[in-house]
Design a protein around this ligand. Sequence first.
Ligand code: ADP
Ligand code: MG
Length: 339
Amino acid sequence: MIHLPNRSACDLLGIAPDLLLGRPLAEIAPQMASLLADASQSNHKIAQTQVTVMRKDQARTLLVRVTAEADGYKGGMGGYVVTFDDVTDQLRDQRTAAWADVARRIAHEIKNPLTPIQLSAERLQRKYVREIVSDPAVFSQCTETIIRQVGDLRRMVDEFSSFARMPAPVFKSENLHDIIRQTVFLQEMGQRDVTFETRLPEHALKMVCDGRLLAQALTNLLKNARESISARIEDGDKSPGLIQLTLQSAEDQVDIIIADNGRGLPEDADRLVEPYVTTRAKGTGLGLAIVKKIAEEHGGALLLANGRDGGAVVTLRFAADYLEKQATNEPERDKRAAE
Ligand SMILES: Nc1ncnc2c1ncn2[C@@H]1O[C@H](COP(=O)(O)OP(=O)(O)O)[C@@H](O)[C@H]1O
Ligand SMILES: [Mg+2]
């Protein structure tokens, strides 16, 4: 029976205090209840474990500790104190750090042999294709396959190393319109199946950020949107692809919203930002992990949702503090400092 739920316990469980009071723990959190027995049986009257609870459709990991209190009179067990912390983000950060280490090693080991493999295949093709008499078509097909696959591998390895290296941001004042236009332009090039629509506010927005990293984040998101559209088309729904990028600033935040009409996010969407979580055959699962890291380094966040018409809506949200203030008293202060 629960006697004294405190506020943060209720918040962590996502249940109002009056709904907790007087109810058996087994009903509220069955995974925690088995710990009570463990605690009373253990020598130190303490038991601890991790449990996963669902809160607002999100799986959260709680580190739960139970202390059994001896009841002096009867020599039996008195009450229990159950304490818990939400360690979801901590665990995620630990996993990300471990994966970054793995990525660094993989990138290093795989990258080196790629160039000689590619050069050799190209050379075979160039020098010997004329000498093959039995089946030149198959010969060409094989060498082309090697070259193409090496290209795929190289792209994956590049993603590994950019995740492993992740340079610390270098903050400068950048024009968001310019960064967005350039990034969209590069993604638009060389492909006709998808239309890009960009909606930017009329007044220029300057943000203190690392322009290169921000462009990388946008590129990853646009690439995912394109791939999701291709997947939808391959599944048989051939309606034309559309990616809409909107930049909007409100009082306290700046949003870059990328909406596509692809196949939509898979289930368990909150795990997608973890490294190596992918649903694509050629995916590395690093794209969103990189975006999330970049967003956080700019005091921002990455929000994933599905739109009303089925596609994904991905939002990069930054605090408006990072926006450059319109010329007010800031330059004045700088001038004085320089004198
Ligand atoms: N715009 C999107 N629409 C649908 N699913 C998406 C979208 N962006 C990301 N995803 C899902 O998230 C997963 C992880 O994405 P990401 O981290 O970029 O890795 P990768 O692209 O290598 O799979 C993808 O495999 C896909 O299932
Ligand atoms: Mg990706």
